[in-house]
Design a protein around this ligand. Structure first.
Ligand code: GUE
Length: 280
């Protein structure tokens, strides 16, 4: 038996429709919502995501601007630009793309984004607020995982969830979102002793490492739900997740790559932008 495919496309379309309606309302009030994506990289995956955000923004009627500071931008220049945009009352939402030049830390730079405009939850203040139960935007990717589980009616109350990956953009914020839903959460990572024994206990496995084929059948309990956050480019220009194709034979349901978490991530970023504009 093969697993059910948990598509993200329908949910993404529903989120975009809601955003379009809310955007039209603000535009009619003379308060056009504006999202600015700041980038300082030549990375292909990031460039793809930026184009996708700009296209999706236009489709819902949002103003989506790109500020490209170039792959050799100095940290001071990035921070200064973010602070400037933060102070601009015409800018409601700000997102800083990764990767950043050299050893520049996203968290360090994003500290210059006021948390009310921090629509990808990159400011450490946003993560702290999220962890404390205060209003804050979660990173769109982390929120997309929970939204996709809700959409496909996967219950989280009391469920055992294994999150593989501990990044500040996915693993850590996702752990907080899942705890808020009363899941029992285990966060695993590259140094976890016997990863498979931990993930094979879980009702839900979330793979968010960025390594193709990391999760195989031995990592998954028969009947488990598997959410694949990985987007790894292949040599032939395609895209694969962190979950090996063989897992479909054992799991109850898996998210596809592409067409799973990715489209929901982009749609939720837009929802955060309209929320930020509504509250401004
Ligand atoms: N601060 C920051 N936050 C991010 O969330 C972030 C980032 N920087 N830098 C770049 C990566 C990349 N990323 C993707 C989001 C959606 C898709 C997506 O929707 N992909 C499509 C398919 C794309 C294709 O076919 O090439 C899908 O999964 O269906 C992919 C990649 C977010 N990123």
């Amino acid at each position: 038996m093969s697993a059910t495919v948990l598509s993200g496309k329908e949910l993404a379309a529903a989120v975009r429709a809601d955003v379009a309606e809310r955007t039209a309302r603000l535009v009619a009030e003379g308060r056009p919502p504006r999202l600015v994506v700041v980038t300082a990289t030549d990375d292909d995956a990031s460039a793809w995501y930026v184009r996708s955000i700009v296209r999706a923004s236009a489709n819902v009627g949002l103003v989506g601007d790109v500020v490209d500071l170039g792959a050799d931008a100095a940290p001071e220049a990035i921070s200064a630009r973010l602070a400037e945009l933060g102070a601009d009352p015409g800018v409601h939402a700000i997102m800083l793309q990764t990767p950043l030049p050299g050893s520049t830390a996203l968290e360090e730079m994003a500290s210059s984004i006021p948390f009310e405009k921090d629509v990808d939850g990159a400011n450490p203040l946003s993560l702290g607020r999220l962890a404390s139960g205060l209003p804050a935007f979660a990173p769109a990717t982390a929120e997309a995982v929970v939204a996709l589980l809700d959409h496909h009616r996967v219950g989280l109350e009391g469920a055992e969830v294994a999150v593989v990956g501990r990044s500040n953009v996915v693993g850590k914020p996702l752990a907080h979102l899942l705890l808020d839903r009363n899941a029992t959460v285990t966060v695993c990572h590259s140094r976890s002793k016997d990863l498979a024994s931990v993930t094979a206990r879980a009702d839900v496995v979330v793979a968010a490492v960025g390594r193709a084929g990391l999760i195989t059948t031995e990592h998954v309990r028969p009947g488990a739900i598997v959410i694949d956050v990985g987007t790894n480019p292949t040599a032939d220009g395609g895209l694969v997740g962190d979950v090996d194709a063989s897992v479909a034979a054992r799991a109850r349901a898996v998210t596809p790559v592409p067409g799973g978490v990715g489209p929901v991530t982009t749609a939720l970023l837009l929802r955060h932008a309209i929320e930020a504009a509504e509250h401004s």
